[in-house]
Write a protein that binds this ligand. Structure first.
Ligand code: NAD
Length: 254
């Protein structure tokens, strides 16, 4: 009998070209899942696909803020295999102090974190419900409560708003989907040493800023993408069968 935790399962991970999304794709595949990688950057997709080697995978270029592209993504994904796990990982946004914030920056941040999550979840749920099984994991952030280092130095209201929105989405859908066999949860990372965010976070530490991440976090270090991927793996697996509507902090104690 297979010892792998996700043997026979198929997972779609958005933003799988880099960072936490890539780490999640590799970790889920390591535990036996077939993985569908979605990212708008084709070169990054190719790199993640190469790291997967012989593990079953499909890489699909897609901007997950586009309704038409998400429809195409799920057509291609579901033609390959039925979907058991969705990781709504794409998110992020633009900083700015409130008086200077443009409407465009505000809307772009909502689209990246919230519209993408809505479009992908809406596309995934009917198939999962028909099969009576689904695991959906969404990426929130410690920023849902205001991340001190971002909020104080650069202004982070759009990002914090979007990441708080993830919690409401997960809470409401956990109730709506309670009888369907689908669970939906969030992971809220603290400062993580990814390819893009890591250098910025480390620079704040190196400058000795009053609110630098490693000063504010009880474990006094940045987290790794794999540490977040382990939490995603747990919520995406059978061990988390009685957990829905919750948010798991992976934030070094903050
Ligand atoms: N890195 C951190 O410290 C941190 C902390 C808390 C929460 N998070 C959250 O975790 C998630 C992943 O963060 P990350 O830092 O690994 O991400 P990232 O910014 O490094 O991007 C990951 C991937 O997403 C892709 N992507 C961006 N926009 C896309 C779109 N519209 N369609 C398809 N692909 C797109 C990028 O090409 C990239 O390959 C995000 O939701 C982020 O808000 C990250």
């Amino acid at each position: 009998m297979s010892q792998s935790r996700l043997g026979g399962r198929t997972a779609l991970i958005t933003g799988a070209g880099l960072g936490i999304g890539r780490a999640a794709a590799l970790r889920l595949a390591e535990e036996g899942a077939a993985v569908i990688l979605a990212d708008r950057n084709e070169e990054r997709l190719r790199e993640t696909a190469a790291l997967l080697g012989d593990a079953p995978h499909l890489a699909i270029p897609c901007d997950v803020t586009s309704e038409a592209q998400v429809a195409d993504l799920f057509s291609a994904a579901l033609a390959w295999r039925p979907l058991d796990i969705l990781v709504n990982n794409v998110g992020g946004g633009r900083s700015g102090r409130i008086a200077d914030l443009s409407l465009e920056d505000w809307e772009a941040t909502m689209a990246l974190s919230l519209r993408s999550m809505f479009l992908c979840t809406r596309a995934a749920v009917p198939g999962m419900a028909a099969r009576g099984y689904g695991r959906i994991v969404c990426l929130s952030s410690g920023a849902r409560n205001g991340t001190v280092w971002n909020a104080f130095y650069t202004g982070a209201a759009p990002y914090s708003t979007a990441k708080a929105g993830v919690i409401g989405f997960v809470r409401a859908l956990a109730i709506e989907l309670g009888d369907s066999g689908i669970t939906i949860n969030a992971v809220a990372p603290g400062p993580i040493d990814t390819e893009l965010a890591g250098p910025y976070l480390r620079a704040m530490d190196e400058q000795g800023l009053e609110y630098a991440p490693s000063r504010m976090v009880p474990l006094h270090r940045l987290g790794t993408p794999r540490e977040v991927a382990d939490a995603i793996l747990f919520l995406a697996g059978d061990e988390a069968s009685y957990i829905t509507g919750t948010t798991l902090d992976v934030a070094g104690g903050r």
